[in-house]
Design a protein around this ligand. Sequence first.
Ligand code: PGA
Length: 255
Amino acid sequence: MSEAESAIRPLVAGNWKMNGLAAALGEAAAVRDALPGLGTGAPSVMICPPATLLAALAAAAKGSNLEVGGQDCHAAASGAHTGDIAAEMLKDAGAAAVIVGHSERRADHGELDRVVRAKATAAHRAGLTAIICIGETKGQRLTGLTLDVVDRQLKASLPDSVSCTNTVVAYEPIWAIGTGLTPEPRDVAEVHAAIRKSLEARFGEAGRRIRILYGGSVKPSNAKELLSLPNVNGALVGGASLKAADFLAIIRAYA
Ligand code: PGA
């Protein structure tokens, strides 16, 4: 591990996606209550609930080590955009971060890299950390295009306002999301090394310190192996973040 990398505190973030009614706040409370008992190597921990639960979860997390994030934001600060949420509103509700460019947003809502970049800019404007997602399809992986695709997305989705504290990159191979499949550890390490190189080339010293998360079917049984790879500074966890016991087991991979 390089000196710059060992200075990075890992982040384990849970992405609840479109899951969770008010009763699910109990799972978040169980995570919150377990955090003080973790050792010194404990990572930062975040839950990104659906927007309907954000303010309640933020209130429950206040004064604890649990951070709260949104799952998407609009690029504008306010205006006639029915159904959308501004980064400023997420901040106001208690969020510290927002996921932008998740592959499900890119696929379901046709979000292109330039839209993702505008949303990341909005997150920075509002004082939120942007968790910017990139990743290849199965077809791109099979045809050897992964590094090209990821580098293109990285360059086009990150705004110039990126710093090591306001941005996290999440590498999420689309074919690994929700499928139980994960890339070989050496393949994860290869992509993360390429992302690190690209970040360093563009952002210099800050690029050495930006967290690069792995996401896609992270679970208690594979967390230790994936999270110990070079340049893997944490995880973005979907399905396994819904139950406190599973999410905590992943967090404890750092114990
Ligand atoms: P998964 O989702 O852990 O359920 O594969 C990860 C993600 O989409 O962030």
